[in-house]
Design a protein around this ligand. Structure first.
Ligand code: UD1
Ligand code: MG
Length: 450
């Protein structure tokens, strides 16, 4: 999808006060990545020649996301934020004076590249000064309306200024505009401030173009693409739309999900054809699942790799750096962090394995804990092939359990166990005949502390 003379202009300097959050609006997460990253991804798919991002002065946290984009992004600072029109004004000196400036809002993350491309092409085909992407969302509150005269776009009217007829029938403004870059400066410099809000509205460049006899046009896109995030409610709505999209792609690719509505994905979740995801599984960012693997219900995974034929859960937690190799099994109430569970190894119940390599073909008994942290540093545990860790073992790292070695149930292992040896650290058991019967008799007689 190439569009040679296209520069993306991303407006992301607004305060986002309606989110009621200290976090910059465009860093709120959606599908496991911030809103701004979604917008940048769309730009990448369009092969934009470059982009300009308009940011508030205190936006250092946004920088790393801009650096990851596969095209150069220049930053214009808007201070103070005096509206979307003023934001574009701040960027004028960084924009080329030719081609199309595609203006997108940083708070409009679900825009698909094809929808944007259709808009750009409509502008070029009509030689329009401005092409606006319209939409018909079920909830129209807060969106500007497109006003037409004899089929030609003549203005965008903000909802609070629109008359009832326009509010009822008008197409809503998605916020996305493709503007002839050679005419953008004149239009934006002609904007006047709205005294009631002390803001310049970008939307008014349509009326300004019309006054100059310059043509404006509109396309209509799917409303889901244009959902703008101004509140936590809208963020949650956008998440629902995105999740449906992601699940649909996974199912089309041959992933087995019996209750897809209950599975939460991230945009970068990679699920192989033929893997199965049971109901109520959450994928944070950075997870891959291989062929024939199964993630059982109520599991939570992030930055982990589940390889072919592995089994995870139910009720498992995979934290960053968990690698569950071919055919390995991680069972219920097991947490794995920064560890390789090598092929054919089983960690079936109630365990914590962190900073470790286990197996292949090892068995880790119920309730095993790798004690990897001493309050200052993290230490590694190595468990060799075919090793067997007895239930309720505490493995105090750094420690190595050799190939074919065993630990006895209930042991606290503080030093290495060599290959094929048994590590054992329990106090000797004592059995006192009839002591239980004596205890019961005393309690029955009403005595305590027998
Ligand atoms: C805007 C449109 C409205 C449209 C809606 C679509 C205007 C005047 N209104 O309203 O017609 O239906 O988007 O979602 O444009 N921003 C800046 N600097 C500013 C103000 C805003 O960079 O001074 C950025 C924000 O970070 C945001 C975007 O511009 O990413 C839109 O601003 P917002 O305040 O959300 O506009 P809306 O009220 O949603
Ligand atoms: Mg908005």
């Amino acid at each position: 999808m190439a569009s040679d003379d296209l520069t993306l202009l991303i407006l992301a300097a607004g305060k986002g006060t309606r989110m009621r959050s200290d976090r910059p609006k465009v860093l709120h997460p959606l599908g496991g990545q911030p809103l701004i990253a979604h917008v940048l991804d769309a730009g990448a798919a369009l092969s934009a020649r470059g982009a300009v991002a308009v940011l508030a002065p205190d936006s250092a946290e946004i920088g790393p996301y801009l650096e990851k984009a596969p095209y150069p992004i220049r930053v214009a600072i808007q201070d103070p934020p005096l509206g979307t029109g003023h934001a574009v004004r701040c960027a004028l000196d960084l924009l080329p004076g030719h081609g199309t400036a595609l203006i997108v809002y940083g708070d409009t993350p679900l825009m698909r590249p094809q929808t944007l491309l259709d808009l750009v092409q409509a502008r070029v085909a009509a030689d329009a000064a401005v092409a606006v992407l319209g939409m018909r969302p079920p909830e129209t509150q807060g969106y500007g309306r497109l006003a037409f005269d004899n089929g030609e776009l003549v203005a965008i009217v903000e909802a609070r200024h629109a008359d009832p007829v326009l509010l009822r029938v008008g197409l809503c403004n998605s916020g996305v505009m493709a503007v002839d870059a050679s005419r953008l400066r004149e239009l934006v410099e002609a904007l006047e401030v709205h005294a009631d809000r002390n803001e310049y509205y970008l939307t008014e460049i349509v009326a300004l173009a019309h006054q100059r006899g310059w043509r404006c046009t509109a396309t209509e896109g799917p409303w889901e693409d244009g959902i703008g995030i101004n509140s936590q409610v809208q963020l949650a709505e956008a998440e629902t739309i995105l999740q449906n999209r992601l699940r649909r792609v996974a199912l089309d690719n041959g992933v087995i999900m019996r209750a897809p509505d209950t599975v939460h994905l991230s945009v970068d979740t990679r699920l192989a054809a033929g893997c199965e995801i049971e109901p109520y599984v959450v994928f944070g960012p950075g997870v891959t699942v291989g062929e024939g693997a199964c993630i059982h219900s109520f599991s939570y995974l992030e930055r982990s790799d589940v390889r072919n034929g592995a089994q995870v859960g139910p009720f498992a937690r995979l934290r960053p750096g968990a690698r569950i190799h071919e055919g390995a099994k991680v069972g219920n109430f097991v947490e794995i962090k920064n560890a390789d569970i090598l092929a054919g190894t089983k960690v079936s119940h109630l365990s914590y394995v962190g900073d470790a390599a286990v197996g292949p073909r090892a068995n880790v008994g119920a309730g095993t804990i790798t004690c990897n942290y001493d309050g200052f540093g993290k230490f590694r545990t190595e468990i060799g092939e075919d090793a067997s860790i007895g239930a309720n073992s505490s493995l105090v790292a750094p420690v190595r359990i050799g190939n074919g070695a065993m630990t006895a149930a209930g042991s606290t292992i503080t030093s290495d166990v060599e290959d094929d040896a048994l590590g054992h650290s329990r106090t000797e058991q004592q059995t006192v005949p009839q002591a239980a019967a004596r205890f019961r008799a005393k309690r029955a007689a009403g005595k305590r502390n027998p």
